[in-house]
Design a protein around this ligand. Structure first.
Ligand code: G4P
Length: 523
């Protein structure tokens, strides 16, 4: 197979959602289609002690959480799917955001009984920044949910993206009759769990149990309204992430999932050219290249080796090839590499754009590093700085250990485990994280790797805004709107809450504030 054919098959995507919307359940169904797992419950077995296929690290098993986002890779029909898991729940961290830089499209799951929830909004913004296709799965139609039209307008208003319903639910909960698949021109009858019956629209007259049903009739009127007043389907706008196709269904009942997956794979994009300082690099270029979006540290202090997750961006990867690390301009031979299969980690011999490989890291890589085959040297546009939301002042418990403390912080910050700020007025160290787990991991690793105990003082949830101005007067700040410097000496303000943020903004119009999730110039 040529490299162009390999690239055309690749669909590298992540599933984003708020906890409990059904990400695990949907992922499991996709793995079943791909014959990666044989029975339902394999992924969901966390609570019963069986671990999710993705939870492969020993430490994760011990801690009972998934510290990493892992990768599930499998062939399905004409495609090769790479699903990147985005840690949600209590293990939400900056890795979750970084993982989204390594995918080409995303599936957004929304719980139809709840609508758009906070975590989805944050993750959505990261995807939006990159202008990648976003497909929506409106889950739990087997339950009494909210009005479908209301859900659609919530997507449009809260997320600011136009939507196109590919299918439309007829009834819901106990009265769920099925899906009117306007895209596929057929009615999908819900006969209970795992039971889908496909009836082409042309044959509906022979099915009075549907065509004469009062819910069906009223739903048809709704659909006519959509046809007249709704958005038009436009594959180009889907590709640019301006229009999200919406699929209603039930992950648990495995209803509407297959049609969703098939359509998704058709419209989602294969690996695209990516930007470097030397211009865009085409995926089918002769030279292998990729960048590291995540580093998994081994939590066992006896083994300080790490695994770097590399997204292949161009060319063909072959085990044993020599690459140049752009940041250091040093050549390295890549011998120890792993592919991520859902069941196992296997040695990988070849990989193509869109694939993720794990590289053994004897502490030489950094998050954001670009690796290029041979002697060439360029860098994929650095990973953006993501705004943390949780902040804690940090101190060393025993001042005698101040030196190790500084060394530990410096390394962990450089590695991207956590962000470091300084309070401008006091020079106190402040750690910023996207999720609570990052503090826990920081504390654990400071102890395990640097033998340092730390003390935290929580500053709580904060709204960080960076200051665009070069010069500004420093007289307005206090503990509620705290002036800090990030590690690049850029000024930011940590606002105690939305009220203090708005108050400050309205009263200090000369200070220009930046929300990194809105304005990161990217890709
Ligand atoms: P997450 O990974 O996004 O956090 O969600 P997960 O799949 O774990 O699903 C959260 C809960 O929602 C689970 O129930 C799951 O069974 C349920 N669920 C997922 N999809 C559907 C659906 O289409 N319909 C309905 N009715 N429920 C759905 P749980 O009680 O928390 O877990 P479990 O003990 O039943 O496994």
């Amino acid at each position: 197979m040529t490299i162009d054919q390999e690239i055309a098959k690749r669909r590298t995507f992540a599933i984003i959602s708020h906890p409990d919307a059904g990400k695990t359940t949907l992922t499991e169904k996709l793995l079943l289609f791909g014959n990666v797992i044989r029975s339902a419950g394999t992924v969901k077995g966390k609570k019963s002690g069986k671990f999710a296929a993705s939870d492969w690290m020993e430490i994760e098993k011990k801690r009972g959480i998934s510290v990493t986002s892992s990768v599930m890779s499998f062939p399905y029909k004409d495609f090769h799917a790479n699903i990147l898991d985005t840690p949600g729940h209590e293990d939400f961290s900056e890795d979750t955001y970084r993982t989204l830089t390594a995918v080409d499209s995303v599936v957004m799951i929304i719980d139809a009984t709840k609508g758009v929830e906070p975590q989805t909004i944050k993750l959505f913004k990261v995807c939006r920044m990159r202008g990648i296709p976003i497909f929506t799965f409106m889950n739990k139609m087997d339950r009494e949910g909210r009005d479908p039209l209301e859900l659609l307008s919530e997507i449009e208003e809260v997320l600011g993206i136009e939507s196109y319903p590919m299918n439309w639910p007829v009834g819901m909960g106990k009265g769920f009759l099925g899906l009117y698949n306007r895209f596929g021109q057929e009615f999908v009858k819900f006969n209970g769990n795992e039971d889908e019956e496909y009836i082409p629209f042309a044959e509906l007259d022979h099915h009075p149990e549907i065509s004469e049903d009062s819910t069906f009739k009223s739903t048809k009127e709704e659909i006519e309204l959509l046809e007249e007043a709704g958005n038009e389907f436009d594959a180009q706008r889907v590709k640019k992430g301006e229009l999200t196709p919406v699929f209603f269904g039930s992950a648990l009942a495995n209803f509407g999932v297959k049609a969703f997956f098939d359509t998704f794979l058709n419209f989602a994009v294969p690996p695209q050219p990516r930007k470097t300082e030397k211009g865009y690099i085409e995926p089918n270029s002769e030279t292998f290249s990729g960048y590291i979006f995540k580093i998994q540290a081994n939590m066992n202090p006896a083994h300080r080796d790490r695994i770097a997750f590399l997204r292949v961006c161009s060319g063909k990867f072959e085990r044993g090839m020599s690459v140049n690390v752009s940041r250091t301009n040093k050549s390295i031979k890549l011998n120890q590499t792993q592919a991520f299969m859902a069941r196992d980690r296997e040695t990988v011999d070849v990989a193509y754009p869109g694939d993720i490989i794990g590289i053994y890291d004897p502490n030489i890589y950094q998050i954001g590093d670009t690796l290029v085959e041979g002697k060439e040297n360029y860098s994929y546009k650095e990973l953006p700085q993501f705004p943390p939301e949780l902040f804690r002042k940090v101190r060393v418990k025993n001042v005698m250990k101040a030196k190790q403390f500084r060394k530990g912080i410096e390394q962990l910050v450089q590695e991207g485990a956590i962000q470091l700020f300084r309070q401008d007025s006091t020079d106190d160290m402040i750690l910023g994280a996207v999720g609570h787990l990052q503090f826990e991991v920081f504390e654990y690793r400071m102890k395990a790797e640097y033998n340092v105990e730390v003390e935290f003082v929580s500053l709580g949830d904060r709204i960080p805004r960076w200051i665009k101005n070069d010069k500004f007067e420093k007289r307005y700040f206090d503990s509620r709107s705290m002036l800090v410097r990030d590690r690049n000496e850029n000024y930011a303000i940590l606002f105690e809450n939305d009220f203090t943020y708005r108050y400050f903004r309205d009263n200090n119009k000369e200070i220009e504030l930046i929300d990194l999730l809105e304005e990161n110039e990217y890709q």
